[in-house]
Design a binder for this molecule. Structure first.
Ligand code: ARG
Length: 462
């Protein structure tokens, strides 16, 4: 072995690592994405080492200078990543030593790649979560802006995908606002557990140097330190938890996607999605396909897969660090990338939706959506609910045979189902009457949905 191909850890080895093994074990191709967080962590570590007189101020200044240059090289794309150097950490350390000599070799004092990588991943994920929370807000804003125009746009509300009761399109959209609000809360909550410092745990047991972990935590903006060194280097529950939250966000967007796809089908014709978000067919000239929502639905499977990958990665690992954990990065990065792109494109797409209120309205008129309103009307006139239900069922059957809506039946015809029915019945049989009647918090009455939109705008401005 020449000095050149010597690994940082090769002292005790009698032969070089096989080429195949080198390629198999190296992570630099994907973990170089952690580079700037690795540098950030190293700077804080060096500053602490100097503050605790473990290295000299001169060493610290050399390390700073070297890392600053490395950062520039990485940003400008000039940094020469070497597979032989295994991972992002050893690549940077080697370059640092080439630039500043012995000070570079002292950087790793009191530290291991085990606590180093755990720190890098946490810094990366914290940053990603902060960006994702902004993107969720942007999508929520797009939903609220669209909803604001449609508190009086009536569509059928469905259960079992059968017409159930009329709702406003705004109310329907605001359901997704609520889901995303909980999603953002979940990310914020996960962030609290991400934001703990592993550094100082060293390989697994802590270190014999007189280090100050809280000082490093402060420098890096962590809320505190991981309080058990074995746990600090080994668990990736924070990444799993984040990915679970991400899978839920994708699940919510997948549900909305499914609806957009249905609504855009000519069989519904409720909306149109701007051409720039759709594609055509190479064989059927009439086609305009909602590719973006379809892909969102598809990519949900991939994020769910990432969650299962991470859970499976963790489940059999004894304490403390195991190389298995190197496999946490690709599913995690892929989750962040998929979610980032999805949220970004979704916010734009919601701004490119054309609503077709007439189609929504005529669908709402088709399925006896106000039957419940008629039953409630009879109850208010003194009939027990079950009897009212029965009477209305018969009325619906009658209307069905006539091929008309309940509101199109004459008063005499309606009266045969209950003598309680009077001419004031027609106000409850209209779609508008049905909406207006649901006038409590969480209901679909325009007044309530307007209030929900106002609350949402306040939340988004916070
Ligand atoms: N590339 C490794 C990872 O991602 C860094 C830690 C390696 N530690 C070790 N003892 N081999 O987990």
């Amino acid at each position: 072995m020449t000095m050149q191909d010597k690994q940082a850890w090769s002292g005790r080895f009698n032969e070089p690592v096989a080429e195949l093994v080198k390629r198999y074990t190296a992570s630099v191709e994907f973990d170089q994405r952690l580079a700037l967080f690795d540098i950030q962590g190293s700077l804080a570590h060096a500053q602490m080492l100097a503050a605790c007189n473990i290295i000299t101020t001169q060493d610290m200044n050399d390390i700073r200078r070297g890392l600053a240059q490395i950062e520039n090289e990485i940003i400008s794309g000039d940094f020469g990543w070497l597979l032989e150097l295994e991972d992002v950490h050893l690549n940077i350390e080697k370059r640092l030593t080439a630039l500043v000599g012995d000070a570079g070799k002292r950087l790793h004092t009191g530290r291991s790649r085990n606590d180093q990588v755990a720190t890098d991943v946490r810094l990366y994920l914290r940053h990603a979560i902060d960006e994702l929370r902004e993107l969720i807000k942007a999508l929520q804003t797009a939903l609220v802006n669209l909803a604001a125009h449609h508190t009086h746009t009536i569509m059928p509300g469905f259960t079992h995908l059968q017409v159930a009761q009329p709702v406003s399109f705004a109310h329907h959209l605001m359901a997704y606002f609520e889901m995303l609000k909980r999603d953002a809360e979940r990310l914020a909550d996960a962030r609290r557990r991400v934001n703990r410092l592993p550094l100082g745990a060293a390989a697994l047991a802590g270190t014999s140097y007189p280090i100050k972990r809280e000082y490093v935590a402060d420098l890096l903006g962590f809320d505190g330190v991981c309080e058990n060194s074995l746990d600090a280097v080994s668990d990736r529950d924070f990444a799993i938890e984040f990915t679970a939250a991400a899978a839920l966000i994708m699940t919510h967007l997948s549900r909305l996607s499914e609806e957009l796809i249905l609504w855009m089908s000519p069989c519904f014709g409720f909306i149109d999605i701007a051409d720039r978000f759709c594609t055509g067919s190479s064989i059927m000239p009439q086609k305009k396909n909602p590719d973006v929502p379809e892909l969102v639905r598809g990519k949900t499977g991939r994020v769910n897969g990432n969650l299962v990958a991470l859970l499976t990665l963790m489940k059999g690992q004894p304490l403390a660090y195991n190389k298995d954990n190197q496999e946490d990065k690709e599913p995690l990065f892929d989750t962040v990338d998929t979610l980032t792109q999805t949220l970004r494109i979704y916010a734009e797409m919601m701004g490119g939706i054309t609503v077709k209120p007439e189609a929504m309205r005529s669908a709402a008129l088709q399925g006896y959506a106000t039957a419940t309103d008629l039953a409630d009307y009879l109850v208010k006139k003194g009939l027990p609910f079950r009897d009212a239900h029965e009477a209305v069922a018969l009325a619906v059957r009658f209307a069905e045979q006539r091929g008309c809506d309940l509101s199109e039946l004459k008063l005499d015809e309606l009266k045969q189902f209950s003598t309680h029915i009077a001419d004031d019945v027609y106000t409850v049989l209209t779609l508008e009457g049905s909406l207006a009647a649901r006038n409590h918090i969480g209901g679909t009455a325009p007044q309530q949905v307007e209030a929900a939109i106002a609350r949402a705008r306040k939340y988004l401005a916070e």
